[in-house]
Design a protein around this ligand. Structure first.
Ligand SMILES: [Fe+2]
Length: 284
């Protein structure tokens, strides 16, 4: 059985495998090297050695289902094709930590004033106001809504402080989306975070913008995302545990992390094992 995990949460879902290119390229997925390309008719292909794998091309990326029997369709991302939005692939960044940690960090507003000082937060504006977290019964996705945070410079388009409104969405254990106040009144920018699992302690983080911004160049928007991610990366890679504890008291939840608590519960309910710290004494 190829691939390093038997966790159906990974084997039977659609996993991002980088930008959907025409030129053949190789990349790593769950401990294997796979080859991907798009043929002249626009059909995507994926091979592990000589073996064809299930693949689709959506939202500018290849998505691979390792064992070919997906339990669900790939999530919807209607903003990707919405007229007037700019969609920008900000490139893949390698991070040496479990993908579950990267999503958990993405959902956490409390770190903004400390890790993203002068960008996404600033002392003394440290309070995370109460917000709502629900699981959508139709899609099984987590939604965190009514999130608000004071930010000195919320995006490349902002040059002064404002209270920014957020909505978070977790579509897959390794995929999340953030919607936040945009340059255009009443509309929300969408920022997708799609994690390509290399192994249990390494991912490539792909960030995709679907935003309104009439002022910034693509290079400026990408540079802003890289600045923010560059602030998170060393923190993520310095976790005492590279994998995420789901059981017990390995880490005590703190205030303002309702989304993190819900995400961990949601992972437990799915029987998530890949990227999870096994309790001492448990079989690996
Ligand atoms: Fe961050």
């Amino acid at each position: 059985m190829p691939f390093i995990t038997d966790d159906p949460n990974m084997r039977r879902d659609w996993l991002v495998a980088g930008p959907a290119t025409a030129e053949p390229r190789t990349t790593r997925l769950l401990g294997e090297t796979i080859r991907l390309w798009t043929d002249a008719s626009g059909t995507p292909h994926c091979r592990l050695g000589d073996e064809p794998l299930a693949v689709q091309s959506r939202y500018g990326y290849f998505w691979v289902c390792p064992d070919g029997r997906p339990v669900r369709a790939l999530f919807d991302f209607p903003e990707y094709a919405e007229p007037g939005r700019r969609t920008i692939d900000c490139g893949g960044i390698g991070v040496a930590v479990s993908g579950l940690r990267v999503v958990e960090n993405f959902l956490d507003m409390a770190h903004f004033p400390f890790v993203h000082a002068d960008y996404l937060g600033k002392v003394p504006h440290t309070e995370v106001a109460k917000y709502k977290v629900d699981v959508d019964p139709a899609t099984g996705e987590i939604w965190a809504t009514d999130c608000r945070f004071w930010q000195p410079r919320a995006s490349a388009a902002h040059d002064s402080g404002s209270e920014v409104r957020y909505r978070y969405r977790v579509m897959q254990p390794f995929s999340a989306m953030l919607y936040k106040s945009s340059f255009r009144a009443g509309a929300l920018d969408a920022i997708g975070l799609f994690l390509q699992p290399i192994d249990e302690e390494h991912v490539i983080a792909h960030t995709l913008l679907a935003c309104y911004d009439d002022n910034s160049t693509d290079a400026e928007l990408i540079a802003f995302q890289h600045t923010i991610f560059g602030q998170d990366k060393p923190i993520l890679e310095n976790h005492a545990f590279k994998r995420m504890p789901l059981e017990g008291r390995a880490e005590t939840p703190t205030r303002g992390d309702t989304a993190s608590v819900s995400y961990r519960r949601w992972l437990r309910e799915r029987g998530m094992r890949f990227g999870v710290l096994q309790p001492a004494g448990a079989a690996a």
